[in-house]
Design a protein around this ligand. Structure first.
Ligand code: HEC
Length: 238
């Protein structure tokens, strides 16, 4: 049955080239079954268009066990940051216990959760007010990686490690197209080239193993390493 629905909606694939359009297949397939609850999300959500093609900002339903979305619907790009976005998604089956505004990858795995809401109560309609959200790729890196793991030494201390300040409002200017203080001839971030960027190398390889601080085990999640790599390869936009 599922296969039949997928084939039925296959022409949708041909309409757009952006990876997010693939999401609409799932969305339509789910709606076509006509069962389950409905989520109505509202919010002022900026930065949706700043993700590289490997990712999609969506409203999605998850169960407790898996990081893979059971249902998802692509959040439209708002014309201006102040526009309120309204999104309705049907087909939220009983197995869904959390509805999230989040970022998923092509496999529909949750990469970054922006707003999460439990929905275990029996209600036909789930109302979700996401509020004002900066959903851009760089803000996700700032919040989930730099603020969580790096700023204690890179900004909050009196002398930032390696002279690199990773605090919000400083990090982008301190990283992009700035010469590395530790590796001769390399940039901290060279837009379009993650494999030549010290930020990517320091987290994904052992180049820092004999520095004062070994960074190689700081980010063990391959999803977070890919997030940094894809952001750089896609132009390192603010
Ligand atoms: C425990 C303190 C500490 C933490 C936590 C830390 N760093 Fe560092 N970092 C340093 C120090 C110190 C240096 C300079 C290394 C040296 O001089 O040997 C450095 C250097 C760097 C450099 C090289 C800068 C350049 O110009 O070449 C990058 C990039 C970097 N860190 C990124 C990060 C990121 C990203 C995180 C979080 C995932 C992080 N660091 C977490 C202390 C830290």
């Amino acid at each position: 049955m599922k296969k039949y629905i997928l084939f039925f909606f296959l022409p949708v694939l041909l309409i757009g080239l952006h990876a997010c359009d693939e999401g609409r297949i799932y969305e339509n397939a789910v709606v076509a079954t006509g069962e389950g609850r409905t989520v109505k999300m509202t919010g002022r959500i900026s930065g949706v268009d700043k993700w590289s093609g490997d990712y999609c900002v969506v409203v999605a339903g998850f169960d407790d066990e898996s990081d893979y979305a059971i249902v998802s619907k692509v959040v439209p790009v708002s014309e201006s940051d102040n526009d309120e976005i309204r999104l309705t998604m049907s087909g939220i089956t009983d197995e869904v216990t959390t509805v999230e505004l989040c970022v998923i990858n092509k496999l529909r795995k949750r990469i970054v959760s922006l707003v999460a809401m439990e929905c275990t109560e029996i209600a036909d309609t789930i109302l979700m007010d996401a509020g004002t959200v900066d959903a851009s790729m760089y803000n996700a890196i700032q919040q989930k990686i730099f603020n969580a793991t790096c700023t204690a030494c890179h900004g909050l201390s009196t002398t930032p490690g390696g002279g690199l300040n990773l605090l919000e409002g400083h990090s982008h200017a301190d990283l992009v197209n700035r010469a590395s203080t530790t590796v001769d001839g390399k940039m901290r971030v060279m837009p379009g080239n993650a494999s030549e960027s010290v930020l990517h190398l320091i987290l994904g390889t052992d180049i820092s193993s004999d520095w004062r601080i070994d960074h190689s085990q700081m980010i063990t999640s391959s999803d977070m390493q890919s997030l940094i790599g894809n952001w750089i390869d896609d132009g390192a936009q603010p």
